[in-house]
Write a protein that binds this ligand. Sequence first.
Ligand SMILES: [Zn+2]
Length: 159
Amino acid sequence: MNFVLDGMLGKLARWLRMMGHDAAYSTALNDDELLATTKKENRVLLTRDLELFQRAIGKGLEAYYVEGLTEAERLAELQRRFSIALTIDLEKSRCPKCNTKLASAPKKKIANKVEKNTLKYYNEFWLCPNCGHIYWQGAHWTKIRATLKEAEENAKKKA
Ligand SMILES: [Zn+2]
């Protein structure tokens, strides 16, 4: 799905990108620009700003007012509202930093860009063709999986 998020939802934008969604986000966009992007690019506006949400609905745009305070709560809400899958498949992920689709990168290609130990312990790497950032399922993935699991449990609880 294609989303645009307000300036308060940067973390959520990164999650959605990792989950493979096209999530436009920039702290430089003001409310009018957010509404214009929602309309022009046919996106769903996600916002923590009730007034902005109501303006969007008034204009006939698709918008969702995000209530949850933690990322797990917010992801659970989006699962219930938009049926998004609470999983990350790096084959489908977009770069959390710049929203570009990641490409699987052979070890050879990234060998001089990551630390030796990382290269030794991990076999699968992904590269952002736009910003050059390299991703792999390192130690921090324990935390990512825990958040996804928490979101899954939240989604079930309130269903
Ligand atoms: Zn990138």
